[in-house]
Design a protein around this ligand. Structure first.
Ligand code: PBG
Ligand code: ZN
Length: 325
């Protein structure tokens, strides 16, 4: 159909028509809120590069989780900052670790809020890498056992879902086996399946104090230039038993989200990462753009690309906007 028979503007002339033909609906149900937890009491350290976000001790963490729950957000994902770091990340799988205690505190008070845990070693190792280090290389297979132990200890503390973000080969199968053997076969795995080696993680590494002390993560996280490899990575995790497959970051990788959604039938998650949040916040603070509008446009675009759910630091703000509609 061509002009003048087809006039696309006909269906844009009023808000009622626009609502009727809108193809993508962002919902509060789509949002997952990341939270950072530290030991101690009455701690609420602002994260300078992520305005509105804090390192919370458990008491404040529960309050934030309650706010999320009250806004209708279905799930939070927890990141822990341990009191001590060592080569084998022992605090990652300690029974009384900071995340393990936080899970219990949230589930006690807010049982219907889903608690997901990020499973990785980088915040718990003294060298800051996501796996065990031998010399200056990351030992894949030696890392698997520690990752599985960490996931299992989160599940035993009451986590509803575990989310491995380390990018070691074979970790989904290892975690699935460990959970199944411990009669935790009901715990789903949200796998950071296509996770890129991205400079957009900058603010997060400040927030989680998890920057590597030497080198970078290029030997395990994906090269940003690769798309077909992402499909192989996702396929592996599907075969190994992932329940949800994640693409991360989101904004510079919308094509990957779209292709993963086309090729696989599992739910797709996208991580709208720290740098994506900080860029919008910084520009909005300067008055260079309308932060609220750009937030909603960005989240809608991630959903339109194919994400069934979005991990985002905007979760609370976006939920407020959505609840007002
Ligand atoms: C840990 C982890 C990272 C993020 C989530 N889990 C950082 C990294 O890989 O360095 C990034 C999240 C963000 O930037 O918001 N492996
Ligand atoms: Zn890591």
């Amino acid at each position: 159909m061509l002009f003048p028979d087809y006039r696309p503007r006909r269906m844009r002339q009023n808000e009622a028509f626009r609502r009727m033909v809108r193809e993508t609906q962002l919902n509060v149900d789509d949002l997952i809120l990341p939270l950072f937890v530290v030991g101690g009491k009455d701690i609420k350290n602002p994260i300078p590069s992520m305005p509105g976000h804090y390192q919370f001790s458990t008491d404040h963490l529960v309050k934030a989780a309650q706010q999320a729950r009250d806004l209708g957000i279905p799930a939070v994902i927890l990141f822990g900052l341990p009191s001590k770091k060592d080569p084998l990340a022992t605090q990652a799988y300690a029974k009384d670790g900071v995340v393990q205690k936080a899970i219990k505190a949230i589930k006690d008070k807010i049982p219907d809020l889903a608690v997901i845990t990020d499973v990785c070693l980088c915040a718990y190792t003294d060298h800051g890498h996501c796996g065990v280090v031998e010399g200056h290389t990351i030992d894949n297979d030696a890392s698997l056992d520690l990752l599985a132990r960490t996931a299992l200890s989160h599940a035993k503390a009451g986590a509803d879902m575990v989310a491995p973000s380390d990018m070691m080969d074979g970790r989904v199968a290892e975690i699935r086996n460990a959970l199944d053997e411990a009669e935790m076969s009901h715990i789903p795995i949200m796998s950071y399946a296509a996770k890129y080696c991205s400079a957009y993680y900058g603010p997060f590494r400040e927030a989680a104090e998890s920057a590597p002390k030497f080198g970078d993560r290029r030997t395990y996280q994906m090269d940003p230039a690769n798309a077909r490899e992402a499909l192989r990575e996702v396929n592996m995790d599907v075969e190994e038993g992932a329940d949800i497959i994640m693409v991360k970051p989101a904004l510079a990788y919308l094509d990957i989200i779209c292709r993963v959604k086309d090729e696989f039938d599992l739910p797709v998650a996208a991580y709208n990462v720290s740098g994506e949040y900080s860029m919008i916040k910084a520009a909005a603070e300067r008055g260079w753009l309308d932060g609220r509008l750009v937030m909603m446009e960005t989240l809608t675009a991630i959903k339109r690309a194919g994400a069934d759910m979005i991990l985002t630091y905007f979760a609370m703000e976006a939920a407020q906007v959505l609840n007002k509609r």
